[in-house]
Write a protein that binds this ligand. Structure first.
Ligand code: 5RP
Length: 264
């Protein structure tokens, strides 16, 4: 691996082989999502707990202090919205030149396997990988399901994750699933990070699925709403960080959460 690529990968994936990415990119198709209405306000207290932040160029420029940042994974796909015809009809929104100008550590793109736009999104990924490899910039592929949340099961996630890796993604973001998640990670020859999806009911449920996913081979998380839509985002972030980097159990993470919550 070239030095630039190796250095960027090392900024993303920590020395313990694990990673905690913080996505605040949801506005690119959801608009002012709940608790992300003012991205700067959401992000600032969470920054110390993130190994990298997943963000569009617009929010990066407007809401992230260049003098106090973390490695940036730049969201470079989009062009659709929740009220539009089909979320899967994405294109590449941001050039590699712009990613370099913004000093991105990686770029991220969604793929929509099984959708009407499967081919388009996969060729977008392949083209992005070609560009990224030229400049030593890793690509994170986001296996997206659009509004079809029922696709979040092992067979589908394993298929989508493997295809992303085959096309050259250096990191794959997959949803977690309780049954058979180990098949998703085992079938994907590059590191897998887990997204959370819509907020679940309790913090303990988050700690439990993150812990289980890590036991089943994920290297970490790219977890958004289950952190920043919680009433105590820093406390959740601390708990998750302990699971990801210190191998804390869900119960230990819950104690960390409770202690932080009591202290604030
Ligand atoms: C949104 C994304 C998010 O980065 C990803 O889904 C993680 O966020 P969450 O944990 O809230 O699902 O790709 O397009």
């Amino acid at each position: 691996m070239e030095w630039g690529m190796a250095n960027r990968m090392a900024q993303l994936i920590q020395a313990d082989g694990h990673a905690m990415f913080l996505p605040i990119d949801h506005g690119y198709f959801q608009g002012p999502t709940r608790k992300l209405e003012q991205p700067k306000k959401t992000l600032e207290p969470l920054l110390p707990y993130a190994d990298a932040v997943f963000v569009t160029r617009g929010v990066l420029r407007s809401s992230v202090d260049p003098e106090n940042s973390r490695p940036i994974i730049l969201r470079v796909s989009g062009g659709t919205s929740v009220v539009g015809r089909d979320l899967a009809d994405e294109g590449i929104t941001t050039s590699m030149e712009e990613a370099i100008r913004l000093n991105a550590c990686a770029v991220g793109i969604s793929i929509f396997v099984g959708s009407d736009y499967e081919r388009q999104s996969l060729l977008n990924l392949a083209r992005l990988v070609d560009e990224g490899e030229k400049y030593g910039i890793p690509v994170m592929a986001v296996t997206a399901v659009g509004k079809e949340m029922e696709k979040r099961e092992a067979r589908y996630l394993a298929l989508a994750s493997r295809i992303a890796a085959e096309l050259g993604a250096r990191v794959v973001k997959s949803y977690y699933c309780e049954d058979g998640f180990e098949k998703v990670t085992a079938g994907c020859p590059v590191p897998v990070v887990m997204a959370g999806g819509p907020k679940v009911d309790t913090e303990l449920q988050v700690f439990e699925f993150v812990y289980d996913g890590m036991q089943k081979g994920a290297i970490g998380v790219n977890l958004g709403r289950n952190i920043w839509q919680n009433d105590h985002p820093v406390a959740v972030a601390k708990g998750i960080r302990a699971v990801v980097h210190d191998n804390a159990t869900p119960q230990q993470a819950q104690w960390i959460f409770e202690a932080e919550k009591a202290a604030t």
